[in-house]
Design a protein around this ligand. Structure first.
Ligand SMILES: CC(C)(COP(=O)(O)OP(=O)(O)OC[C@H]1O[C@@H](n2cnc3c(N)ncnc32)[C@H](O)[C@@H]1OP(=O)(O)O)[C@@H](O)C(=O)NCCC(=O)NCCS
Length: 150
């Protein structure tokens, strides 16, 4: 059920974007995070049933995007992590990761993987992501494969 709320905390909600306006804002924020992708609109095709485009809402405002792709029974990938440019530096990225991890745990997975842009490495380190080998090649040559055991 993509339309129902997936994760809630006191001020935050992580769920699929609903309706044209939310989907348009989701795409705008997602694109804002693709700097350096040389025009690649979406480096990874959605993986069908196991692929979840999710939006972080703060007090009802859509502030960040992520896509969770279930990889196998044990691991999930976080892709298209982006906070709206005018909302960066306010803790929304950290909240996004925490709720995405809750979502992954709720799906029975115990490991998260992602390809991090070099500029974003300090951000992921603050949420306890560390270098982790991954056989999926990154879309950008200078990305670093990170992971976290939940
Ligand atoms: C990277 C991004 C998601 C971070 O989101 P954010 O909401 O600005 O991050 P937060 O405010 O939650 O920051 C959490 C912590 O990471 C740190 N941090 C965030 N970005 C950082 C950076 N570029 N360099 C160093 N530290 C950073 C913050 O200082 C904060 O540290 P604290 O624990 O001392 O408070 C956001 O800047 C973004 O969307 N960037 C463009 C897209 C992108 O790079 N996505 C990741 C691609 S892999």
């Amino acid at each position: 059920m993509r339309d129902e709320t997936l994760v809630r905390s006191r001020d935050f909600e992580l769920r699929a974007p609903r309706g044209a306006a939310e989907q348009a804002r989701w795409r705008t924020i997602r694109r804002s995070g693709l700097v350096g992708m040389h025009g690649a609109a979406d480096p990874r095709r959605p993986g069908g049933a196991g692929s979840f485009p999710l939006a972080l809402f703060h007090a009802g405002e859509l502030v960040a995007t992520v896509r969770v792709d279930l990889l196998d029974g044990e691991a999930a990938a976080l892709r298209l992590v982006a906070v709206a440019p005018e909302r960066r530096g306010l803790g929304f990225g950290r909240a996004l990761l925490a709720l995405a991890e809750d979502f992954v745990r709720a799906r029975g997975c115990s490991r998260v993987r992602l390809h991090a842009a070099r500029d974003a490495l300090p951000f992921y380190r603050r949420s306890e992501y560390a270098p982790m080998a991954w056989d999926e090649p990154p879309a950008r040559a200078d990305s670093v494969s990170l992971g976290k055991v939940l």
